[in-house]
Design a protein. Structure first.
Length: 434
């Protein structure tokens, strides 16, 4: 009898630890009655997410759909999974993150003012700090924003960087010659040496307001001309453009390498907002690439640090080249130094705006994450109205400006470094004909 009581006691303790229903076995030779012994589950304190200022934001939700910040929650869970999947179920953890509450509120409010949760397209915004890669905000009109979309003209920044790294200057350019069509498959060669041009495909400009017969890098960047950037990419090389983009941190969702298409410079790869914001943060940081991150540290209930995650940074681009590209992308409307590109491809599936100040980079996407698309953005009600044209200037741009102005309110203004005019001013390799 004492032995049986001892066994039952051990079983009961084990059941309490594992929160399970334990089945009692009958003595040898008898059929087990398999009646469960129900015990109370072990109560484990919830893990909590803490913002960049040390304030508790919320419990780490098992399903980010119930989170107050679903997109940021998804990012945190993904990063924890990459560190150690057991962190998601361990409980009692304090997860220190990079979240800036004011930036997060600014992004969410700017999105909700223009795109409704019930709208078919989804708007997503990411804000990333240059020089550290800290994700200060990640908001969406609905869902967790974990999808990729073709990003149109905002990919042109990489072509500009490759061109200037290759020796071109702000007033170097190319003759205007109407629609673009590759002369043969050899016009574009990928990094494997394969010829990937499509001579049957024609590229045109949706709206060309430049005028003249010659387009400089300065004017091409300002007007985001498709035909100009196709010719520029052909001149400097597809592989050189792709390598520059990859160096700045560009990948497809999940870290998948970008595909090397002829129209790479027109943003045909599906990418996510955090990645795009991260590449623009590299330009803002004078070519220093820091991998975007949401989690800084993980501690247990006693305060012991389990994982301390330092910034992962490396030199991706010559600082002078990065500053020269910034000079070409400078834009107004924010009341402080800012640079950016509005997607002007009028792609039916998506629209983007991406830009940065010296202190904060951000990307905004709007589109249908699921393909095929039955109706284009201009055929779909967005925020209670219809738009004749839905490009980066129509909705993503205003979201970017409103949210960035609020996120940076009270932050001392910083200035961009002036481009090296001796190296990048005027023209050298491809001057306008006299």
């Amino acid at each position: 009898m004492k032995r049986l009581l001892l066994v039952l006691g051990v079983v009961a303790v084990a059941a309490a630890v594992w929160g399970a229903a334990v089945l009692l076995s009958a003595p040898a030779g008898q059929a087990p009655d398999r009646q469960p012994l129900n015990v109370a589950p072990l109560v484990v304190r919830d893990s909590v997410i803490v913002d960049g200022g040390g304030q508790v934001v919320e419990k780490l939700a098992p399903d980010c759909a119930v989170s107050t910040h679903p997109a940021f929650c998804r990012r945190v869970r993904d990063e924890l999974t990459a560190i150690d999947p057991r962190l998601l179920t361990r409980g009692g953890l304090v997860i220190a993150t990079t979240l800036d509450p004011r930036a997060q509120r600014a992004a969410q409010r700017a999105i909700e003012a223009r795109v409704r949760a019930a709208d078919a397209p989804i708007a997503v915004q990411a804000m990333v700090a240059p020089g550290s890669g800290e994700i200060r905000a990640l908001a969406a009109s609905r869902g967790d924003g974990a999808h990729g979309l073709p990003r149109g003209s905002t990919a042109m920044a990489y072509t500009l960087a490759a061109a200037m790294a290759g020796g071109m200057r702000a007033d170097d350019g190319l003759p205007r010659s109407g629609p673009y069509q590759a002369t043969g498959r050899e016009a574009f060669t990928d990094c494997e040496g394969d010829q990937v041009a499509d001579p049957a495909h024609t590229v045109v400009d949706a709206r060309d307001r430049s005028g003249g017969t010659f387009v400089t890098l300065r004017r091409g960047a300002r007007d985001a001309l498709n035909t100009f950037f196709m010719r520029l990419e052909e001149r400097i090389g597809l592989c050189e453009t792709v390598r520059t983009a990859r160096a700045l941190g560009l990948t497809r969702p999940g870290g998948v390498p970008v595909s090397e298409y002829e129209m790479f410079t027109l943003g045909v790869n599906d990418v996510d907002t955090v990645t795009v914001a991260g590449t623009y943060a590299t330009l803002a940081a004078h070519g220093l690439r820091c991998a975007p991150r949401a989690v800084k540290e993980v501690r247990d209930a006693s305060g012991k640090v389990l994982h301390a995650l330092a910034p992962k940074c490396e030199r991706a681009l010559d600082p002078a080249v990065a500053d020269a590209v910034t000079g070409l992308l400078r834009t107004g409307g924010l009341g402080r130094d800012a640079a950016g590109i509005a997607d002007r491809t009028n792609e039916p599936r998506s629209a983007w705006y991406a830009g940065y100040t010296p202190d904060l980079a951000s990307a905004v996407s709007l589109g249908f994450p699921d393909v095929p698309v039955r109706h284009g953005l201009s055929e779909t009600p967005i925020g209670g109205r219809r738009y004749d044209v839905v490009d980066g200037a129509a909705i993503p741009g205003p979201i970017w400006r409103a949210s960035m102005a609020e996120a940076l309110r009270g932050v001392p203004e910083s200035a961009f470094a002036a481009p090296d005019e001796a190296r990048f001013g005027g023209c050298r390799l491809a001057c306008a004909p006299k």
